[in-house]
Design a protein around this ligand. Structure first.
Ligand SMILES: [Zn+2]
Length: 232
């Protein structure tokens, strides 16, 4: 049996959540689970339909993006995952989808404004939409550069990957992360819900205003502050 059986199983379970949560169609989307002690992660193979996935088919890749174990090709977004794991020590799981509403905001090059308490329960800021990548990045090592684009956006906005676990890439789609693959998938589902609610809010009232600072603080700290009972 593979020495990486545990992370293969976790990555498999997390990937199988994506179609269940209506976050993907066909083979879109990918989730990975890291093993920090071994310096590797398990990621979905490329182009395999969800109904044909098994834990054994997960591909083991190191933080440079090199396949360590597995016969299938790792997800085409693997280098984005590798870079984020390499640069952000606290990340244990990463998820990428083309979920309908979050992707629509990304395609519109818009941050998702913080309109409600669902958003504030998870983040205190608008969900950033990283700038679309320039031609040089696209024609270069595209997936690796996508990772750089995420990190650059966080840095420019003065945000830590520990405070904000979700982002949009302009022209592309969302990425999310967390302490493990399960949390990364949870964050993708939360992001999709936030994106849908923000869209509907603007449809109902094009002049809708951002949530008041007092409510942002209240909701975020209720869940994440020192007196919280949710635990992170
Ligand atoms: Zn994509």
């Amino acid at each position: 049996m593979s020495q990486y059986q545990d992370i293969k199983q976790l990555a498999y379970q997390a990937n199988m959540q994506l179609p269940k949560l209506n976050l993907v169609v066909f083979t879109f989307g990918n989730v990975s689970q890291a093993d920090r002690d071994s310096g590797v992660f398990a990621v979905k193979p490329s182009g395999v339909p969800y109904e044909e996935l098994t834990p054994e088919k997960m591909v083991i890749v190191d933080f440079e993006g090199k396949t360590v174990e597995g016969v299938l090709r790792p997800s085409s977004d693997t280098k984005t995952h590798a870079l984020l794991y390499k640069q952000c020590e606290g990340i244990g799981g990463i998820c990428h989808t083309h979920s309908m509403y979050a992707t629509s905001w990304a395609q519109s090059h818009r941050d998702i404004p913080i309109y409600g308490t669902t958003h504030a329960d998870h983040n205190t800021v608008d969900i950033p939409c990283a700038a679309p990548m320039d031609d040089e990045m696209i024609n270069g090592d595209y997936e690796y550069e996508t990772g750089h684009q995420i990190l650059k956006c966080l840095q420019e906005r003065g945000l830590s990957y520990k405070e904000l676990e979700m982002i949009l890439i302009g022209n592309h789609a969302p990425f999310s992360w967390g302490i493990n693959a399960e949390k990364a998938v949870y964050n993708s589902a939360v992001l999709e819900a936030i994106a849908q609610m923000a869209f509907l809010t603007e449809q109902i009232n094009p002049k809708a205003v951002r949530l008041k600072e007092a409510l942002i603080r209240k909701h975020y700290e209720r869940k994440h502050g020192p007196g919280s009972y949710y635990g992170q």
